[in-house]
Design a protein around this ligand. Sequence first.
Ligand code: C2O
Ligand code: CU
Length: 492
Amino acid sequence: MKRRDLLKLGAVLASSATLAGATATTSNGAGKPAPLGDMPMDGTPVPPPITVPPFGGPLHIPQTLRPARRSLFCDEYAMDIVPVTQEIVPGLKTQVWTFGGQFPGPVIRAAAGRPVSLRLTNNLTVPTATHLHGGHNAHTDDGFPTDIVSPGQSRTYHYPNEQRGAPLWYHDHALGHEAENVYRGLAGLYLLTDAYDQALPLPSGSYDVPLMLRDAHIAADGTLVFDMTNVNGSDRKIILVNGTPTPYFQVAARKYRFRIANTANERAFGLKLADGSPIVQIGSDGGLLPAPAEVDSVSVWPAERADVVIDFSRYPVGTQIVLQNTVTFPGERTEVMRFDVVREERDDSMIPDEFQPNPVLAAPSVQRSFSMSFDPATGQFLINGKTFDPNRVDVAVARGAVEAWTVTNTDTRIPIPHTFHVHLSQFQLVERNGKPPAAAESGLKDTVSLLPGESVTFHVPFEDFAGTYLYHCHMLEHAMDGMMGVFDVAEN
Ligand code: C2O
Ligand code: CU
């Protein structure tokens, strides 16, 4: 998307924040919470958000999770899902819910062809269901919203990793709890590499840096406030990068690769260097693009990932460059983080002129349409006019089929942005509003953004696995308020 479009998006987000917020509080009766989910703040006044001056602390690099056991055939990991108290804002104690005591969760590094098992023990007081977003997995390992792990119980998920290298992420998906569980911290990166990716001369090691972006509403006493009625960023004022508010990061004057993941429930980012220098986007949700794309602004909506390279050799040592968000609400600060160029360093890394082409898909045998809409009368979010029912199959798919799905955001009267995410398979965009997709979204994707009135068509293969899976808006409060559907892949 062009910067112009992102700015337009900013305006849309800003107006929908007010409108959607207002309707959500009045439409389902006297400010009552939606039927699904707990609202700990219900009935009590919502404490106002604090703001934090930018660049108060260094970027934290999430730890890489160590396997509990490595066998010949599998890397076995184990973590407890536990609450911990952490100093997110200097001087304040904040309780977060974590995978393995880390906020955000530790990075799981996996390699294509080598399976991973992940044993999770739920030590919270709410149910969990862990989903590997972008993973090509059996439905029993997919974290279906009703396939929950109750407090005190454990579950082992199996990931075969039979797919292209891609920046995946794991997060909670328990029915009626997903928005709050993810907001409180249940999210981590799962970086899947493959032989193709590993052979490339791209920046690696400590020059290959994960950046998990999200926002947060923190009160003066340090409480992390989850408030469903005011979600569109207006109270979620603090931008966290890997769990630290608007950090700085000391870099050498050379190229760095950043694995950006937007793990926010609702907030979109349009990322731009303050001096307007280009950023090279090399990958998206499903792995490397067919070719690198030079962009002024990197668009990452909730659940989307962007794999980018920034070359700091263009700056003299001593330069500080701010990474800005171009789609903020009026009056919000635009800083996301700051890069401080602190030393010279030699750089043998390179960005190839092209990567491998997308997999070739058969011509689609089925076309389907999906419309996404908010119903002001009920305060619910609908796909094809329906709210989510985990026991209803909305779409029956034949295993082995390739389908063409057209998704339209029909929320133009009350302008509300949506996203569309499909489990199980990476898809290929063929059209956005009747035109070919931009370079940055021409690779494999699992989540796509939709401004009010926009329409996208993608081709999606349903390979290997049978069973029920989800598609949904990844603005998690929308998903929790009904914007999910079920597809069932039948063996044939
Ligand atoms: Cu990020 Cu249904 O998932
Ligand atoms: Cu939505």
